[in-house]
Design a protein around this ligand. Structure first.
Ligand code: ADP
Ligand code: MG
Length: 386
């Protein structure tokens, strides 16, 4: 094999890159790619999508629109995604015409909670005890197994995010009722764990397998939605190493190329994989302000075949999400927020605020994680009414 065959040439600026999905994660990708000199097209059906509004071209069409996909594939030298629910068929179709990273297969494993959990277990990694429930026979098998999954959480296998498509269930009668209420889609029933904390690992993996892992983040949720991320997570070194190794193992097994996020539960000192996201992640926003390279720039680098940057963090950071409810009384107190030194603000330019909708975030960076955390909470108290 000659050197050129084993090491393909990177796609260099001003080449055009494509992003499937136009949310805030896509918007940060567009900014990172622009910073590096690339041209970016975004495909998203929402005419006011945050990424579409700053892209060089916004194809406002459905992810299944054949004409739009043809135009997108013809224009883009490489395509990535910020939205894990892009139909696998869309990625497969694009992959026949252009470079698609991560692959349709990697994305499809992350799209289906049943596939995802079976995949994680096949690698010898633990997840919360669960049953896959696709039909009446699966429900019977669960009963007969005698495994107690209650109190539990019933989760639709597909299309859930931010706690949507989930129901807390105390017993089997409640689980069956919730399943009917959802319209009996394939689901997983998962035992509810008593959580010490939740953490996530974000990494970037290049086509040659080189992997760069960001510092582990500790995540606090409110109503099933990420509220605050603290990096580095306040956990012991053994758990930190286990989480980083588990994430790298998953990425390797998926032959993943791009930025990948893995969410974990820590319960009674033990690590459980919760779920994967085949894209940058809300809990990695801190990399924009607290690291030498962001999860979005790494996504660009992996996509185009440039070397990944060796990750270095500038200190401890706390990221606070600002959801639609903060807009009820006229929105956050921007003047105070911007007047607070050491705070970095990111607003996604969304025109409509809805309860639970991610509108903006701010990050506080400093030396001592506890001090930064207290500071972030104090800033939030001053600028939003919750
Ligand atoms: P989503 O796709 O909405 O992020 P998750 O499965 O990550 O779905 O669930 C959202 C949040 O709900 C989790 O981050 C966690 O706080 C809580 N949760 C989900 N499953 C469990 C569980 N088995 N035990 C305890 N808490 C859970
Ligand atoms: Mg989650």
């Amino acid at each position: 094999m000659n050197a050129t065959a084993s090491r393909p040439q990177p796609i260099l600026p001003p080449a055009t890159l494509g992003m499937l999905g136009g949310g805030q994660l896509g918007r940060f990708f567009v900014s990172a790619a622009h910073e590096m000199g690339y041209t970016v097209w975004v495909l998203d059906p929402d005419s006011e999508s945050p990424a579409g509004r700053i892209a060089d071209r916004h194809l406002c069409a459905a992810y299944t629109d054949e004409t739009a996909l043809d135009e997108f594939a013809a224009a883009c030298a490489a395509v990535s995604t910020e939205f894990e629910n892009v139909p696998a068929a869309t990625l497969e179709k694009l992959a026949t015409r252009t470079l698609v990273r991560p692959s349709a297969r990697a994305v499809s494993v992350c799209q289906d909670r049943i596939e995802e959990k079976l995949f994680v277990q096949s690698l010898g990694l633990a997840c919360a005890p669960f049953a896959a429930l696709r039909n009446a026979a699966d429900w019977r098998a669960m009963e007969e197994s005698g495994v107690n999954l209650f109190p539990g959480i019933l989760k639709a296998a597909r299309l859930g995010y931010d706690g949507k498509g989930q129901a807390a269930v105390e017993d089997e009668a409640a689980a069956r009722a919730a399943w009917s209420e959802m319209g009996q889609p394939p689901c997983v029933l998962e035992r509810r764990l008593a959580l010490d904390c939740e953490i996530s690992v974000i990494l970037a993996r290049a086509a040659d397998g080189a992997t760069q892992v960001f510092p582990v983040a500790e995540n606090q949720h409110r109503n099933g939605i990420l509220d605050i991320s603290i990096a580095p997570a306040r956990i012991g070194e053994k758990l930190r190493r286990q989480a980083r190794d588990a994430a790298a193992c998953i990425a390797g097994a998926l032959d993943y190329v791009g930025t990948l996020a893995v969410e974990f539960f820590v319960s009674d000192g033990t690590l459980y994989v919760n779920e994967m996201a085949p894209r940058p992640h809300n809990s990695g926003h801190y990399t924009l302000d607290a690291c030498n390279v962001s999860q979005y720039e790494q996504q660009v680098r992996a996509l185009v075949g440039l070397p990944l940057a060796r990750v270095r963090s500038f200190g401890a950071s706390v990221m606070v999400n600002l959801l639609g409810e903060c807009w009820q009384d006229g929105g956050p107190d921007w003047k105070t927020l911007y007047a607070t030194q050491g705070v970095r603000v990111h607003d996604y330019g969304k025109r409509t605020a809805r309860r639970g909708r991610k509108m903006a975030h701010f990050t506080v960076v400093g030396e001592d994680v506890e001090a930064v955390y207290s500071r972030a909470l104090a800033v939030r108290k001053k600028v939003v009414v919750l």
